[in-house]
Design a protein around this ligand. Structure first.
Ligand SMILES: CCCCCCCCCCCCC/C=C/[C@@H](O)[C@H](COP(=O)(O)O)NC(=O)CCCCCCCCCCCCCCC
Ligand SMILES: Nc1ncnc2c1ncn2[C@@H]1O[C@H](COP(=O)(O)OP(=O)(O)O)[C@@H](O)[C@H]1O
Ligand SMILES: [Ca+2]
Length: 529
């Protein structure tokens, strides 16, 4: 590590132990001054190093005067000693910082240092705070939306008990809105919120709630900048505000796939230190009418049917997906249609390359710039207009058509629907699961939960794509408002089921778009930003 100038260094006390505390621009370190120094006749560095602790400045949450410890907890000898020391050195400051625990979980830890004088104590607080104020990516003011009905209906409690105290500790000011109806947050962001006064928006809820907030924010940004979302080729203007997610929903795959765990405290700490992760946003159009954006899963067939069925069982909470999952699995429907897609360039990697996307992923950082992409798109357009060669067209009977713009990892499937999908590479992984036996489909599903490759089946294919289109075989209802029907048992289907055990449906499935049902079945999808 490059040696950096020391900003402050003092001998202080931590409980009853004397520690040497050193701060430079990037690190705060403290090490116990060992009594063993004398014993080991002055050869001290090794024994000192054993007791040295430290934290990167960018992971310090806050520093302030230590709260006085009035509790009478002086039972053991060492507690008594500590108490005596804190009485001798009453001027103390506490540093709250991020402590990493297992499996991507973060916790807030405190270290309190006692100083010989008030001046020294105040100097430490001032110098650390000066360093913190240089970290410009940290939010100071946040707009928080809580969905009180998401997941197990614990959003409000999770926020108040686990998140708000951390935001207070980090001196972040918040405006909190507990939503009163679906689309409350979206409409507020679209039309009312004064966005200039915030550094970010926080979503307390699941993927559906995130999607609501994303739509509010993206639509507001495009409207303010005069971009027409109805144009599938429109270059969307990126939002200036970031969205933080406190997981309190049923799947929470956007949180899990970006942070690595679904834990409100970990998410709150990432928000406080100003971590950010760009992500791909797919625009979904029906003919040239804009329908929705998607950041995680766009799923037709299996996941569409699971969602349609599960909406009637909301009262069950997250377990509704398992129940509807089993039911949909047993119905074993498949749907006929045509999928056309524009593959991503070979340089964008392959869904089967086993490379996992993490924050700072080099593929995402080196994705073609908007300018390159505009050029590419015009070349593609020319090519397709002439001979249509760059679009692949696949017609068939599918149990599921899934487009995963990110891995979609979640507790049910810790590696996700497409384990190597990238969070922000401008592509989505299109997974086609063709008609197969129940047992084969079960094997495929099961592989989402273990180490085996879920794409290694003859009936599954996967493509990394920039755009795709889907056309159902059957005419869909004309109305834009009406939701498409879930498969109805028709006379033909009944006969077909009896005779061959298949479940060919003459009705269409519907698209599950980040946990919302799309009203249309024929769609065009493009990666927008
Ligand atoms: C045999 C066990 C197989 C387990 C397979 C699990 C695969 C799970 C992949 C999940 C991908 C999730 C993608 C995310 C979608 C979310 O955007 C979206 C909205 O989330 P929100 O409620 O937080 O707002 N969530 C969903 O659409 C939920 C999808 C959940 C699907 C669960 C499927 C369970 C299937 C169980 C089949 C069991 C067969 C048993 C046979 C006896
Ligand atoms: N106050 C509210 N009442 C009813 N529905 C709401 C409310 N606030 C948000 N919603 C809607 O609830 C749906 C599910 O929210 P989400 O937080 O994703 O929970 P879950 O993961 O359990 O589906 C979203 O579509 C969102 O628009
Ligand atoms: Ca992607």
């Amino acid at each position: 590590m490059e040696k950096q100038a020391i900003l402050l260094s003092s001998k202080l006390f931590q409980k009853h132990r004397q520690v040497e505390v050193v701060l430079n621009r990037s690190f705060l370190a403290w090490k116990e001054i060992e009594k063993s120094r004398k014993r080991s006749s002055g050869i001290s560095p090794i024994s000192e190093r054993v007791h040295s602790r430290g934290v990167q400045v960018c992971e310090i949450l806050a520093v302030g005067k230590a709260e006085e410890d009035n509790q009478d907890n002086t039972k053991t000898r060492s507690q008594k000693k500590a108490k005596q020391h804190s009485q001798r050195y009453p001027h103390a400051f506490t540093v709250s910082y991020v402590r990493r625990t297992r499996l991507h979980q973060w916790r807030c830890a405190d270290a309190t240092f006692h100083c010989a004088s008030q001046e020294l104590c105040e100097q430490w607080i001032k110098v650390i705070n000066e360093q913190l104020s240089l970290l410009t990516n940290r939010p100071k003011s946040l707009l928080v939306y809580i969905n009180p009905y998401g997941g197990k209906q614990r959003g409000k409690r999770i926020y108040e008990q686990k998140v708000a105290p951390l935001f207070r500790r980090a001196c972040i000011s918040t405006d909190v809105i507990v939503t009163e109806r679906a689309n409350h947050a979206r409409d507020h962001l679209k039309m009312e919120a004064n966005l200039d006064q915030y550094d970010g928006v926080v979503c307390v809820g699941g993927d559906g709630m995130f999607s609501e907030i994303l739509h509010g924010l993206v639509t507001r940004t495009q409207t303010d900048r005069g971009v027409d979302q109805n144009q599938p080729d429109a270059k969307l203007v990126p939002c200036s505000l970031r969205i933080g997610i406190i997981p309190a929903g049923s799947t929470d795959c956007i949180c899990f796939a970006t942070v690595g765990t679904n834990d409100p405290v970990t998410s709150a700490l990432h928000i406080i230190v100003g971590d950010s992760q760009p992500m791909d946003v797919c625009s979904v159009h029906h003919h040239d009418i804009f329908l929705r954006y998607s950041v995680s899963l766009l799923g037709y067939g299996f996941y569409g049917d699971v969602l349609t069925d599960s909406e009637r069982k909301r009262w069950l909470g997250p377990a509704r997906y398992d129940l509807s999952g089993v039911k949909t699995f047993l119905s074993h429907n498949y749907y006929e249609g045509t999928v056309s897609f524009l593959p991503a360039e070979d340089t964008m990697g392959n869904p089967r390359d086993k490379l996992q996307c993490r924050s700072g992923c080099h593929v995402c950082q080196h994705k073609p710039s908007l300018k390159d992409k505009q050029w590419e798109m015009s070349v593609e357009k020319e090519k397709t207009d002439k001979d249509g060669s760059s679009w692949n067209v696949i017609r068939g009977k599918f149990i599921a058509i899934n487009a995963a713009s990110m891995s979609c990892a979640c507790p049910r499937s810790p590696k996700g629907l497409s384990p190597s999908a990238h969070l922000a590479d401008g592509t989505t992984d299109l997974i086609l699961v063709r008609q197969c036996s129940r047992l084969d489909f079960f094997r495929h599903l099961l592989r989402h939960t273990n180490k085996d490759d879920q794409f290694d089946h003859s009936f599954v294919e996967v493509h990394r794509v920039r755009r795709f289109r889907f056309h159902p075989q059957h005419q869909e209802p004309v109305s834009l408002e009406g939701l498409s029907e879930s498969p109805k048992k028709t006379g033909f289907q009944a006969i077909c089921s009896q005779q061959t055990g298949c479940n060919y449906s003459t009705a269409n499935s519907s698209w599950n778009c980040d946990g919302e049902i799309l009203p249309q079945v024929a769609i065009q999808v493009s990666l927008g930003f």
